[in-house]
Ligand binder design. Structure first.
Ligand code: NAD
Length: 250
């Protein structure tokens, strides 16, 4: 158990999640680094936090499965305490394709993988945070994407639609739990240098497209982490159901 504030970050073994974990730890949060299958990478993030004198645990869970989310929150409560902040960050990207090429299997996978965990993790976080259930409040940050605004035609309309669902979830949930001390906000990154683009079949995608961005460059995971941290902090105490776009002007 810790006296620090506690944050759970899904899919935090690399990319935006890992940068967010390090930033919260620097700001004296105890951090739960959730990961799906790369224990070494998750333990590396935990190791970095511990070497800075911070508190962190790595917890494996497929956050799209309710039973695993339940266990994740049990472990966090047992080892750290009651959660203050949830960062719904886990997501997947599939290789580029037009809609007419998409299979039922792929669309189901993308929609489920990118949306289900945001519902399930929020549900368990709210049970701990909500003043309705004896909690002291908290903050949920959803990581959506600029794709929810652009639609990503000819590339990933399935991914874009999944992120649109996250935007709408943010608005509805923010209103649902506002009176119970919980704020729900969202960041929408544009092109960020992470390995998700390799999973999408084009490791160098950000460099290929950066000249089309008004700022002429891709973003760093740390630049997204800063906005997530700000939204979670007391400095954003009157912000709920809001969006921060971090897309270099896209
Ligand atoms: P990333 O691939 O490095 O991180 C995503 C992480 O989520 C991975 O570690 C992956 O293993 C994990 N994950 C996926 N499904 C999971 C599951 N069921 N359970 C637990 N973990 C799971 O990519 P990233 O760019 O850091 O992405 C983080 C978030 O930011 C994603 O939601 C992504 O859609 C969003 N995003 C990224 C960009 C970008 O350009 N990189 C742009 C907009 C939005």
């Amino acid at each position: 158990m810790t006296s620090k504030k506690i944050v759970v970050i899904t899919g935090a073994s690399r990319g935006i999640g890992a940068a967010t974990a390090l930033l919260f730890a620097k700001n004296d949060y105890a951090v739960c680094v959730n990961y799906l299958n790369n224990a070494d990478a998750a333990n590396e993030v935990v190791g970095k936090i511990k070497s800075m004198g911070g508190t962190a645990i790595a917890v494996q869970a497929d956050v799209n499965k309710e039973s695993e989310v339940q266990k994740l929150f049990e472990v966090v409560t047992e080892q750290l305490g009651v959660i203050d902040v949830l960062v719904n960050n886990a997501g997947i990207l599939k290789p580029q394709a037009k809609l007419i090429e998409l299979t039922e299997e792929r669309v189901k996978e993308v929609l489920t993988s990118n949306v289900m965990s945001y519902f399930l993790c929020s549900k368990f976080a709210i049970r701990h945070m909500s003043t309705e259930f004896g909690g002291t409040g908290g903050s949920i940050i959803n990581v959506s994407s600029a794709a929810s605004r652009t639609g990503s035609p000819n590339e990933y309309v399935d991914y874009a639609a999944s992120k649109g669902a996250i935007d709408t979830l943010t608005i509805g949930l923010a209103k649902e739990v506002a009176a119970n001390g919980i704020r729900v906000n969202c960041v929408r990154p544009g092109l960020i240098y992470t390995d998700i683009h390799a999973d999408g079949g084009e490791p160098d995608r950000v460099n290929r497209l950066k000249a089309k961005l008004p700022m002429q460059r891709g973003g760093k995971p740390e630049e997204v982490a800063e906005a997530i941290y700000w939204l979670a902090s007391e400095k954003a105490s009157y912000a709920t159901g809001n969006f921060v776009d971090l897309a270099g002007g896209l």
